[in-house]
Design a protein around this ligand. Structure first.
Ligand SMILES: [Zn+2]
Length: 579
């Protein structure tokens, strides 16, 4: 899916000023030939984030995030590659050239572009109608009563769809769009007799935008009391699919990345109220049936997710499901306990941002929240009621691995229900559904580097810092001295590109690119002596022999152990020289 020509990507890379770019996310200060600052990807008090302006790369020594400007924007704005390229091209005024697509794909893309164009026109029409038409009077009144500022209404492009059946589609047909396109865009529908009419009528319109700010569909709130449903979304089509989007994500993205948290609420009104109150890292899931895709999308926005949803039964089921997805991906998910019958917009209307933040500070883990809710609702007076509560707690205890936390929760439940801990054996021994490994860590930022790799990476960095002996030691690094295939690829890359390890790094596969970036930037802080490099090499030899020992047949063990003893002796001698 090479969509951009290589010369235009090169032009873009040249045009980007990485210091200026990253300065928008964290304050950078010059330190020698580099810039440093607080890492925008993890919370820290002392700067461990550095930017190399000549190579146009960044690296964090705290969380091991690193890469080029494209990688930075992808991560900070949670965009995919193509979106990132277009975002940067906009910002640095670079005109992109696109590869020739195969004719079928080109045709599909052209069709999608037409739908975006149609949706954009519809958005403008609804905005204009809200601002100017007489019939939108009650809608304007409603929005004013809800306390939304004109700024936030403009930012979210809120509009109004007129009550008539044809105000949108007739002009659209006149502008050259087809009925098929109006249906595909989710703006029109057919009645039983096959006649086409506007899907949205007499409603306040909330456009749903994608990361690039293109409108893909609408959520619409009825203005007349009798109109059902009260909330109506676009029908699924080529550019809009239910449950895949988060309302407001395009406006929440950069703030969420900076603050390290994202707040998920149910409705459009909550998002608008939170943005108005300065809590701009807020998005809506649009209904309680939060999908796995939405949880993953939330996780791409920030590493800590706060759910401020209705605590009704459906809402709680959604939270437990979300907790499972989050757990698989190593994401922190907390529940904001809302007062009964109140949503975030109510809280803000009554007590401002502070009232909401206060609730956020007291957020609970899903497990704590569920246990508290179940116990609060349980009939503690009858044995049957207590058994029912225990049964209800079962799926919650599946979320807790065996350990001190689980024991503590068991004690708490036993105490509340006035039963012995023995009676809760079923909760204690429940099989923990915990398949983090199986799920992989594709979306988890800064996935943990294996311990063995850490010393290998440091060794590569010290090799790079020494022109005198570095290349020689890289030659001596045989496969058995490196613990993972990635480290072997890293060695190969560094052997070939010793003088300029970062040359061409951007086009490597992501793990290798990150590893190259890391060791290259680590090496600039190093000035390893030949002795230190020798010491590092012996340590890798020792680790390699220990791995061999673990995986070898009994008959070979003695020979390997002998070698290991020899290496330990050399290590001892060398360390003594250092002392
Ligand atoms: Zn960091």
């Amino acid at each position: 899916m090479a969509r951009f020509t290589n010369p235009s990507l090169d032009k873009l890379r040249d045009a980007v000023d990485i210091v200026d770019l990253i300065n928008g996310y964290t304050d950078l200060r010059r330190a020698g030939s580099q810039y440093t600052g607080l890492c925008p990807f993890h919370e820290e008090r002392t700067p461990s984030f550095s930017v190399n302006p000549t190579e146009k790369l960044y690296y964090c020594f705290g969380c091991q995030e690193g890469g080029d400007a494209i990688g930075f924007v992808q991560k900070a704005e949670s965009l995919d590659f193509a979106q990132t390229i277009e975002w940067l091209a906009d910002r640095y005024g670079v005109e992109l050239e696109y590869e020739e697509l195969d004719p079928k794909e080109a045709e599909r893309q052209k069709q999608r572009e037409r739908l975006y164009e149609l949706l954009e026109r519809a958005t403008k029409f609804y905005e204009r109608t809200l601002a100017e038409s007489d019939e939108a009077g009650p809608a304007r009144e409603y929005l004013k009563d809800r306390g939304f500022s004109p700024e936030v209404l403009a930012k979210f492009r809120v509009g109004y769809s007129p009550k008539a059946w044809d105000k949108l589609f007739v002009p659209a047909l006149r502008q050259g769009f087809t009925e098929q396109e109006l249906l595909a865009a989710g703006l029109a529908q057919r009645n039983d007799r096959g006649q086409i009419y506007d899907r949205f009528r007499g409603r306040v319109m909330f456009p749903l935008s994608d990361p690039r700010g293109r409108v893909r569909g609408f959520g619409a709130r009825a203005m007349r009391d009798g109109d059902r449903p009260k909330y109506l979304n676009s029908a699924d089509g080529p550019v809009y699919q239910k449950g895949r989007q988060l309302f407001g994500a395009n406006h929440a993205r950069s703030v969420a990345a900076k603050r390290g948290r994202v707040i998920a609420v149910e409705g459009y009104a909550d998002v608008l109220a939170l943005h108005d109150a300065g809590i701009e890292e807020s998005v809506a899931v649009m209904g309680t049936a939060m999908t796995d895709e939405q949880v993953v999308e939330l996780a791409r926005l920030a590493s800590r997710i706060y759910l401020a949803l209705d605590a009704d039964r459906a809402g709680r089921q959604a939270m437990i499901r979300a907790a499972r997805v989050a757990d698989r991906h190593g994401i922190e998910l907390l529940v904001v306990d809302l007062p009964a019958g109140k949503d975030p917009a109510d809280l803000i209307a009554e007590g401002g941002a502070e009232a909401f933040e206060d609730r956020v500070r007291k957020a609970l883990t899903v497990v704590e929240f569920e246990i508290a809710q179940t116990l609060a609702a349980a009939d503690l007076d009858s044995a049957r009621g207590r058994d029912a509560a225990i049964a209800e707690l079962q799926p919650i205890f599946e979320l807790i691995p065996i350990g001190a936390v689980k024991d503590e929760q068991i004690r708490l439940v036993a105490d509340k229900l006035k039963v012995s801990e023995n009676a809760l054996a079923g909760l204690r021994n429940v099989r923990v559904k915990h398949d983090r490994q199986a799920a992989g860590n594709a979306i988890v930022p800064g996935a943990a580097i294996p311990e063995s790799e850490k010393s290998e990476r440091l060794f590569f960095a010290s090799c790079l810092s020494s022109r005198a002996v570095g290349p020689e030691y890289l030659e001596k690094l045989t496969n058995d001295l490196l613990s993972t295939p990635l480290m072997r690829e890293l060695r190969d890359h560094l052997q070939k590109n010793f003088e300029k390890p970062l040359a061409g790094a951007a086009s490597l596969k992501p793990e290798l690119r990150d590893a190259v970036t890391e060791v290259a930037m680590l090496s600039e802080r190093e000035n390893a002596s030949p002795k230190a490099i020798q010491l590092g090499f012996l340590q890798l030899e020792k680790a390699g022999l220990e791995r061999a020992l673990a995986g070898s047949a009994a008959s070979d063990k003695a020979k390997i152990e002998l070698k290991r003893q020899e290496v330990i002796k050399q290590l001892g001698e060398l360390t003594a020289e250092f002392a």
